[in-house]
Design a protein around this ligand. Structure first.
Ligand code: NAD
Length: 426
């Protein structure tokens, strides 16, 4: 598999994408024709509940299926759609069944991280487009394999780092790329949160409403315990990617985009589990450094258990600084630290969904604001940061593709083991 597209090509595509989004948006709003209708099914209905609503609010979209391994969540999603006055989607317990529907255009995957790549690859193999949540994969091998699947089957695969479609953030990044701050050489991002302990889980009976076998899917089987589902799987390496892969990926994606870099040459990690003695394995307090060729640096700092608000993202250039807020606000400073531009922003979620739908209608992945081709290096660098943490040492990488150089132990984390029969095949 080759590397990523270069930056110039990406910027060209982004510009074409914005124009096509406007055109396709107008066509969709004006016509609402069956031939233009996009039929989708949503898998995983916590985050997926918001996406179900978000897709159903777009013109000429049919949310035909909702799917969850917890049947109560599927019922809640149907009730929410009915309450919103939308057509009632069909509940389907196993997403593979919806892929058999020839009229289904796209799978929306908001299941846990261990599902992202396997479900995306199965959907691409079945000829479906995919909107998949971040991080796009559970491990580096999967990220590369899902790019291979999208390319091979020529499918439109958008990753759910929605700020890529915020008009304010797009404008701010365009300013950076146009050289308004001179050479931009460094970017720093923060996550802050007020997470508590998840305690020590106990072996328990699987609730009658949950299909735990299908929830585990591609992941080798582990006994059920009572503090894992929902959400706390994020903090276990077997299913999740810690805060770096959970919230870090949102900011790192923008840092990378602004600096115009793909893969680092060196990754370092400091931190660990500083706050609670519980079942979580992934760091709650974490500082990760990514050094790129050509003297560029990204640092990410996560404080998962302290809600003190910090700057979301800062870019440092020769002629000033640019700050992005988590909702897309933009502030620019000159070299004397004086504010020279300020604007309120939007997150970009409806725009991100509309951009995906425009690309699906045109059957053209190059129109995407955050196609898997552009997005996967952001997920890869999160994986590399976690690998630096797990090995306890600096990871050296090939800047062409992010591959780990000269470290067999670190390479053990490149790919996971799969439950027999579940290893993705393109
Ligand atoms: N883009 C964003 O802003 C954003 C926000 C929140 C979450 N997310 C992403 O969404 C994903 C889900 O996170 P969450 O907070 O909703 O987690 P969660 O554990 O609360 O919900 C996941 C849901 O998926 C279901 N599920 C698991 N396996 C399934 C399968 N095979 N088929 C159908 N449903 C299945 C679970 O039963 C559960 O209801 C994560 O990858 C997360 O990173 C993105």
């Amino acid at each position: 598999m080759g590397g990523t597209i270069d930056r110039r090509e990406f910027l060209d595509r982004a510009a074409v994408g914005a124009a096509a989004m406007t055109l396709a948006g107008r066509i969709a709003i004006g016509q609402d024709t069956p031939s233009d209708r996009v039929v989708v099914g949503v898998m995983g209905l916590s985050r997926g509940m918001a996406l179900t609503q978000g897709f159903s609010q777009q013109p000429n979209v049919e949310v035909r299926y909702v799917c969850d391994t917890d049947c109560t969540r599927a019922e809640q999603a149907v009730a929410a759609m009915e309450k919103a006055g939308k057509p009632k989607p069909q509940i389907i317990p196993d997403f593979r069944k919806m892929l058999e529907d020839a009229e289904l255009d796209a799978l929306i995957c908001a299941a846990p991280n261990h599902w992202h790549a396997p479900a995306t690859i199965l959907a691409c193999n079945a000829g479906k487009h995919v909107y998949v949540e971040k991080p796009c994969s559970h491990n580096p091998w999967e990220a590369e394999t899902m790019v291979e699947a999208a390319r091979k089957h020529k499918r439109v695969v958008q990753v759910g780092t929605q700020r890529r479609s915020s008009p304010n953030i797009r404008g701010a990044i365009a300013r950076l790329h146009a050289g308004e701050l001179g050479r931009v050489y460094s970017s720093r991002a923060h996550y802050w949160g007020g997470r508590g302990s998840i305690g020590k889980g106990q072996p328990a009976d699987v609730p009658a409403t949950l299909d735990y076998d299908l929830w585990q899917g591609p992941a080798p089987r582990k006994p059920y315990k009572n503090n894992l589902i929902p959400y706390n799987w994020h903090w276990h390496w077997h299913w999740g990617n810690g805060e770096l892969g959970n919230n870090g990926v949102h900011t790192l994606d923008l840092c990378r985009w602004g600096l115009g870099v793909d893969f680092p040459v060196k990754v370092t990690s400091n931190g660990g589990r500083y706050c609670f003695d519980d079942d979580q394995e992934t760091p709650d307090t974490h500082v990760v450094g990514f050094e790129f060729a050509d003297k560029k640096l990204i640092t990410w700092q996560g404080h998962s258990c302290n809600p003190h608000v910090e700057d979301f993202i800062t870019f440092y250039g020769e002629k000033g600084m640019l700050k992005l807020g988590d909702l897309g606000d933009v502030t620019i400073y000159d070299t004397s630290d004086k504010i020279i531009h300020e604007e309120k922003g939007v997150l970009g979620e409806p725009e991100h969904i509309a951009n995906f739908l425009a690309a699906v209608r045109a059957n053209d992945a190059s129109l995407l604001n955050c196609g898997v081709e552009q997005a996967y290096p952001s997920t890869m660098i999160c994986h590399l940061g976690n690998i630096a943490h797990r090995t306890g040492r600096t990871i050296n990488c090939d800047p062409k593709n992010g591959h780990i150089v000269g470290d067999d132990e670190a390479m053990k984390y490149w790919k996971r083991e799969y439950e027999p029969g579940w290893e993705p095949v393109v």
